[in-house]
Design a protein around this ligand. Structure first.
Ligand SMILES: [Zn+2]
Length: 178
């Protein structure tokens, strides 16, 4: 996987300027083709989609992600499940494990890192993105058009629609149909 998808952040540090601020928007809106922007190959993108369709506690990572993003955008309180996911998303190394070992009749503790938990770098990245959306560091809005449920990174502070298409459509519905 190329660089950007393995971004592992320190939640206390400021968001780096090269953090892919739109990545969660593309994932949420299922616009996977746009991930090419982060120099991902078609294979990388397919792999990312595969990862998102794997299940976590009975739900796909994709649905865990979209529900969590919904709560983040609305500023709702995080659930126990959200907390668990965020904790893993920010674990730089897996949990440290301390075990005991014995040699020549002497015991000594051994610190090692636990095996991977089946959460890939790309999955971690999108949940890190959710965290920064929740904190308000990355600004996200939901399109105001009635029949559109897409989210977007606003370019202007007064931007209400995800695209020119939605803005034009709403304008047409409002002014031409009466
Ligand atoms: Zn829209």
């Amino acid at each position: 996987m190329s660089g950007v998808l393995s971004t592992l952040l320190d939640p206390f540090a400021e968001l780096p300027s090269n953090f892919p601020r739109e990545i969660g928007v593309f994932v949420y809106n299922a616009d996977f083709d746009y991930l090419e922007k982060y120099s991902l190959s078609t294979e990388d993108i397919r792999h990312f989609q595969e990862e998102l369709s794997k299940t976590h506690e009975g739900k796909t990572w994709y649905s865990v992600f979209t529900r969590m993003t919904d709560r983040a955008i609305e500023g709702k309180k995080s659930t126990q499940g959200d907390k668990k996911v965020l904790r893993v998303a920010f674990l730089r190394y897996e949990d440290y494990m301390v075990s005991d070992n014995q040699e020549n009749n002497r015991w000594f503790p051994v610190v090692s890192t636990k095996a991977a938990r089946g959460i890939s770098g790309s999955i971690r990245l999108v949940f890190q993105w959710v965290y920064y959306v929740w904190r308000g560091t990355i600004k996200i809005r939901r399109c105001k058009a009635k029949d559109c449920d897409r989210i977007f990174n606003p370019v202007r502070s007064d931007q209400e629609y995800c695209s020119k298409r939605c803005a034009k459509r709403v304008w047409a519905q409002t002014y031409l149909e009466r």
